[in-house]
Design a binder for this molecule. Structure first.
Ligand SMILES: *[C@@H]1O[C@H](CO)[C@@H](O)[C@H](O)[C@H]1NC(C)=O
Ligand SMILES: *[C@@H]1O[C@H](CO)[C@@H](O)[C@H](O)[C@H]1NC(C)=O
Ligand SMILES: *[C@@H]1O[C@H](CO)[C@@H](O)[C@H](O)[C@H]1NC(C)=O
Ligand SMILES: *[C@@H]1O[C@H](CO)[C@@H](O)[C@H](O)[C@H]1NC(C)=O
Length: 401
C-alpha cells in the first residue's frame, strides 16, 4: 500500500531542475545537468524496485491459505488504492477484463441469460451445500447447552446455546420451498453512488442486501425494498453503541421496524468476536418479541461447504465476501440473479473518477485496504464477470437512468 502511494507521488511530480534554455552552459549548469541525470536514474531504479515489491505482494495474494482465525469483521467492497494500481498497471489479466467491461458498458442489451447453464450451476452448488436447510439453524437442530464453534476462529472459542437463543430460531427455514423469479443482490460498492438504479432495483421479485446497509437516504441509487439483509452482530457495536442507551435501543428498534417482514440473516457463528454482541442482540429480540415483523435466520457453521463449492471455481480466499455468499444463497431461491453494487475498485469504470468504497460512506472517507488481509475482491470480481459473460448472472456497472 505504502509502496503504491509512493509510486504515485513520484510519478505525478514534475521532474525538478529546469535547465536554462539555449546559450552556453557554465560549470554550475553542467553540474545541474549531471545532478538531474543522476536523479533520473535514481528515480527509475526506485520505480523498478517499487513495481517489483507490488508485484511480489500481489503474487502472494494469489494463493492464500485458510486460516483458523478470522478478523473481527467482514469487510465488504472496499476499494483500495493498492488494488487500483495493481489491477490497472501490474495485472496483465486486467487489460482484457477492462476491455470486456468497456464492451458491456457500451451495450448492456447484449447480455443474455443462459438458463441451461444456470440450472447446471444450481445443481453443482447443491452438491456441496443444502441451502434451504443450511440457511438457518432451527429449533430442532440445536439443544440448550450445546456449545457452538466459529467458522473463522480457533476451535477453543465457544458459544453456549441458551433457552432464549433457541426460542428465537425459526421452526423451519424461511426459504424452504420458496422460489422467486428474478432477484437482485445489492452489494455496497461506491459504484452505486449517483447510479439512479433505485427504481430498477425496486422492481425485482426479491432483493438481497448486505450488512444492514442504509437505504432510506440513498433510495434514488439503491432503492428501499429489502427482502433479506445480512446482519453481522458487530453492527450493534459499530452503529448502535452496543444498545447501551435508551436512544441507541430506540434507533435500533426503528431500523428493524423499517425492515418489516424481511429476513434478517445473522451470521453469529463466523467469528468469536460476535459472541458478546450476540448475547446483547438475543436479549433485545427476546424483550421485543411480538413487536417486530422481521424474520430472524441464524446460520450455523456453513462456510466450509460454501468454500468447498467456490474452490472448484479456483476461488479460495481466506474469506469470501458477503456479496458472493448472498449470490450462493440466491442461487437456490431465484431463477435469475442480477447483481448491483459489485465493484471492488476505487475508480468508476464509466468515468474513471474516484469512487468511495461504500455507497453510504461519508465524503472524504479514506480508502482502506483492510479487506486485502482476508478477502480477494478483485479475484471474486473477475470470476463474477466471467459468469456474467456466460449468462449465469447479470452484473450492472453502469448508471440506470
Ligand atoms: C447492442 O446489441 C444488440 C444485440 O447485439 C443490438 O441489437 C443493438 O443494436 C446494440 N446497440 C448498440 C447501441 O450498439
Ligand atoms: C448455455 O450454456 C450451455 C451449458 O453451459 C452451453 O452448452 C450453451 O452453449 C449455452 N448457450 C448459449 C446460447 O450460450
Ligand atoms: C446442513 O444441511 C445438512 C443436510 O440437511 C445437515 O445435515 C447439516 O446439519 C446442516 N448443517 C448446518 C450447519 O446447517
Ligand atoms: C419483498 O419486500 C417488499 C417490500 O419491501 C414486499 O412488498 C414484497 O412482498 C416482498 N417480497 C417477497 C417475495 O417477500
Amino acid at each position: 500500500m505504502r509502496c503504491a502511494r509512493a509510486l504515485a507521488l513520484l510519478s505525478s511530480r514534475p521532474l525538478p531542475l529546469p535547465l536554462p534554455r539555449g546559450g552556453r552552459c557554465p560549470q554550475r549548469c553542467r553540474m545541474l545537468r549531471y545532478t538531474s541525470t543522476f536523479g533520473l536514474i535514481i528515480f527509475s531504479v526506485a520505480l523498478l524496485i517499487l513495481s517489483f515489491i507490488s508485484f511480489v505482494s500481489i503474487k502472494k495474494d494469489v494463493n492464500p491459505r485458510y486460516g483458523p482465525n478470522g478478523g473481527p469483521r467482514m469487510y465488504m467492497f472496499h476499494a483500495g488504492f493498492r488494488s487500483q494500481v495493481a489491477m490497472k498497471y501490474l495485472d496483465p489479466a486486467f487489460t482484457s477484463l477492462s476491455s470486456a467491461i468497456n464492451e458491456d458498458l457500451k451495450n448492456s442489451s447484449k447480455w443474455k441469460y443462459n438458463s441451461t447453464a444456470f440450472i447446471q450451476l444450481r445443481t453443482e452448488i447443491s452438491h456441496h451445500i443444502d441451502i434451504p436447510h443450511n440457511f438457518t439453524l432451527t429449533r430442532d437442530s440445536v439443544k440448550v447447552g450445546q456449545l457452538m464453534h466459529f467458522d473463522y476462529s480457533s476451535h477453543k472459542y465457544v458459544y453456549s446455546i441458551g433457552e432464549n437463543f433457541r426460542s428465537l430460531l425459526p421452526e423451519v427455514s424461511p426459504i424452504l420451498n420458496r422460489r422467486y423469479n428474478v432477484c437482485a443482490v445489492v452489494g455496497n460498492s461506491g459504484i452505486l453512488t449517483g447510479s439512479l438504479c433505485g427504481a430498477q432495483i425496486e422492481k425485482y421479485d426479491f432483493v438481497f442486501r448486505c450488512n444492514f446497509a442504509p437505504t432510506e437516504i440513498f433510495k434514488k441509487d439503491v432503492g428501499r425494498r429489502t427482502n433479506m439483509t445480512t446482519f453481522n452482530p458487530s453492527i450493534l457495536e459499530k452503529y448502535y453503541n452496543n444498545l447501551l442507551t435508551v436512544q441507541d435501543r430506540n434507533n435500533f428498534f426503528l431500523s428493524l421496524k423499517k425492515l418489516d417482514g424481511a429476513i434478517l440473516w445473522i451470521p453469529a457463528f463466523f467469528f468469536y468476536t460476535s459472541a458478546t454482541v450476540t448475547r446483547t442482540l438475543v436479549d433485545f429480540f427476546v424483550e421485543h418479541r411480538g413487536q417486530l415483523k422481521v424474520q430472524l435466520a441464524w446460520p450455523g457453521n456453513i462456510m466450509q461447504y460454501i468454500n468447498n463449492y467456490w474452490k472448484t471455481k479456483q476461488l479460495s480466499p481466506k474469506r469470501l465476501s458477503t456479496g458472493i455468499l448472498m449470490y450462493t444463497l440466491a442461487s437456490s431461491m431465484c431463477d435469475q440473479i442480477h447483481l448491483y453494487g459489485f465493484w471492488p475498485f476505487g475508480w468508476d469504470p464509466n468515468t474513471g473518477k474516484e469512487l468511495p468504497y461504500h455507497y453510504y460512506d461519508r465524503k472524504g472517507t479514506k480508502f482502506t485496504t483492510k479487506w486485502q488481509e482476508s478477502h480477494q475482491l478483485p479475484a471474486e470480481f473477475k470470476l463474477l464477470h466471467k459468469m456474467h459473460t456466460e449468462g449465469l448472472l447479470k452484473l450492472t456497472l453502469s448508471h440506470c437512468a
